[in-house]
Design a protein around this ligand. Structure first.
Ligand code: 7TS
Length: 404
């Protein structure tokens, strides 16, 4: 087992004071260490004020903390310019921002958007709506039933008609880590814009936007120890500069007259209204927490948990694991137990204090491919332990014997 000071880590999370909780749903959202909770509480208690407005000390302190969170996040993904970091409500909003402000303005009938059958609904529906309004064709890279992308026809799928390629980095169902660099390089050959949905990868691995050279990338704070309702749209500055605002109102303008307005510089142009100040500060503290441990160490630890979990789950008869047959995978395992409906199974596990997600995981095209209506999903993070995997397996076996 790769080493993390797991007792120290668990003691940082107030929720785990409840020793009976086995939380295996971090792909949905993660718990928060006290460092994040305290950073938010400290802001509200000691220097709360609006940002970009008050020429008074509190306002300046709040603005400084907000800006420093942005810089922190830029460093975390190796963005060369903090102006590339737009704060949004989360991955979903980041994708919608681009669907409205870029796709609807730049695409026309005859153009094509390419996504995959592996996407979370939030990287499908915004493009469906944009495609419908613009007359653009939405195409899909198919998936194999082993949970990988079928890239055999990538040259036929990415053509001179392809204007946008938007791909999930790590599957929230299978854990599959997709070869996004390879796909980005294909897209570049035809000058298509590239968008990476990194909601499931950035919390668990080192992602470098300069190395990927993607045009856009999105992720959510709540999936990486931060608060809800904050996320990031990373965009290349020249692209963000060229785009029209998504939402409009205060803070995003340069000047307003009765007849027209001009826009603030990026990223503020895309952050209308009082920003998500407390959330950004909390998100910055989450990044600090991850940095203090080290994202590579977290990744290695999760990989060793994944290996153990796969081994132990595979030893349970009539348990089918989806994916995880080849390549690189994150610590997310979807499975079903023969003869037990996933929702029933989740309820049984819950009685043993085990929180897993049951359902379609907002990825119905994957469920259709697998010909199942739902799966159970266990997902792991830095605070999970091998002992919890044992308890999961014991509870699964117990449920199995109940149904047989
Ligand atoms: N993209 C991926 C790959 C996701 O896994 C999710 C959320 C989103 C986008 C949307 O993120 P949000 O923060 O805007 O909601 N995934 C899940 C999940 O797998 N279970 O609950 C939420």
């Amino acid at each position: 087992m790769s080493k993390l000071d797991i007792n120290k880590i668990r003691s940082d999370f107030p929720i785990f004071a409840d020793k009976s909780l086995i939380y295996l749903d971090s792909a949905a959202t993660t718990h928060k260490p006290k460092q994040v909770i305290n950073a938010i509480s400290n802001f509200y208690s000691n220097y709360y004020a609006n940002v970009h407005r008050g020429i008074y000390e509190l306002g300046m302190k709040a603005t400084e903390a907000y800006q420093s969170a942005r810089q922190n996040i830029a460093n975390f993904i190796n963005a060369s310019d903090w102006r590339s970091i737009v704060f949004t409500g989360g991955t979903t909003e980041s994708i919608n921002l681009v669907a409205y402000s870029w796709a609807r303005k730049n695409l026309k009938t005859g153009d094509e958007i390419l996504i995959t059958e592996m996407e979370h609904h939030s990287n499908i529906v915004p493009w469906q709506l944009a495609a419908e309004e613009t007359g653009v064709l939405l195409k899909y890279i198919p998936i194999n039933t082993d949970g990988t992308l079928d890239l055999s026809n990538i040259d036929k799928l990415i053509t001179s008609k392809t204007k946008l390629v938007s791909i999930i980095h790590q599957s929230n169902v299978f854990g599959t880590i997709n070869p996004i660099k390879k796909i980005i390089n294909h897209a570049k050959k035809v000058n298509a814009i590239t968008f990476i949905d990194a909601a499931q990868s950035i919390p668990h691995s080192h992602v470098d936007v300069q190395d990927l050279d993607c045009d856009f990338l999105a992720f959510s704070g709540h999936k990486m120890l931060g608060p809800t309702s904050i996320g990031v749209l990373y965009g290349k500055t020249e692209l963000l500069d060229s785009m029209m605002p998504f939402m409009s109102g205060g803070d995003m303008i340069n000047s307003v007259t009765m007849t027209e307005s001009t826009w603030n510089d990026i990223p503020y142009k895309f952050e209308a209204g009082t920003p998500k100040i407390a959330q950004a500060i909390g998100f910055g503290a989450a990044i600090d927490y991850i940095n203090d441990i080290g994202i590579d160490k977290i990744h290695d630890y999760e990989q060793s948990l994944l290996k153990v979990a796969l081994e132990k789950l595979k030893s349970i008869d009539e348990l089918e694991i989806y994916g995880h047959q080849t390549g690189e995978n994150g610590a997310v395992i979807s499975f079903n137990l023969e003869g037990v409906h996933p929702h029933d199974l989740a309820q049984f596990l819950d009685q043993d204090g085990i929180a897993v997600r049951a359902g379609h995981h907002c990825a119905q095209p994957i469920m259709n491919k697998l010909e199942v209506s739902a799966t159970i999903r266990a997902s792991f993070y830095l605070y999970n332990t091998e002992e919890e995997i044992d308890k999961l397996c014991a509870s699964l076996r117990k449920t199995q014997s109940f149904f047989n």
